[in-house]
Design a protein. Sequence first.
Length: 203
Amino acid sequence: MRHFSFRPTLTMRGRKFRGLRGFAGKPFHPPLTDIPVGGYVLGAVFDLISFAGAGTAWSPEFYQAATFCFIGGALVSLGAALTGFWDWLRSTEPGNQARRTAKSHATIMLSVTVLALADIGLRWLRYHDGANPPSAILGLSLAVALVVATGSTYGGTLVFDYGFNVETAGDSPVWHPSETDVLPGRHPAPSSDGSSTVKMVAP
């Protein structure tokens, strides 16, 4: 009995290209969101550590690390916003809950971007040579982390509650007992009793 399946995940052949949305089963938006979310949360944590350790030798290093986290997150968020907008435009229909949730998600995440840019601007224009974050920067950083965590919860709802942009191989053959991996664009061939077999057929 096989215990691992590596090839289907790494296979791009057979996946339909959908422009800015990415490939079938490999959308661009979700992985792009990981960097801003992680960057903003880590930035807030580093700011908090730096603030708590004011006067220590390592406090400026954490403050600088937080700045880099916010800059990196903001840069990648541009790609996340663009691909997310294309997902919303091409994958949702007016009048349903998924579209309303997508709009809420987008509104929250755009607000995060504005707050993050304000945070970066303050660091650059007023506090770039500081040894640790002042209260204004710390408060803004914590607000960014809180709001981005809230926004990502809405994004998770779209995927895990509504199955938004989720595409399966064939007829969701992941649950079919089989020794053969189902690759993108293929289906398990039905046997005479109606169950799937290990034979692979092109769609």
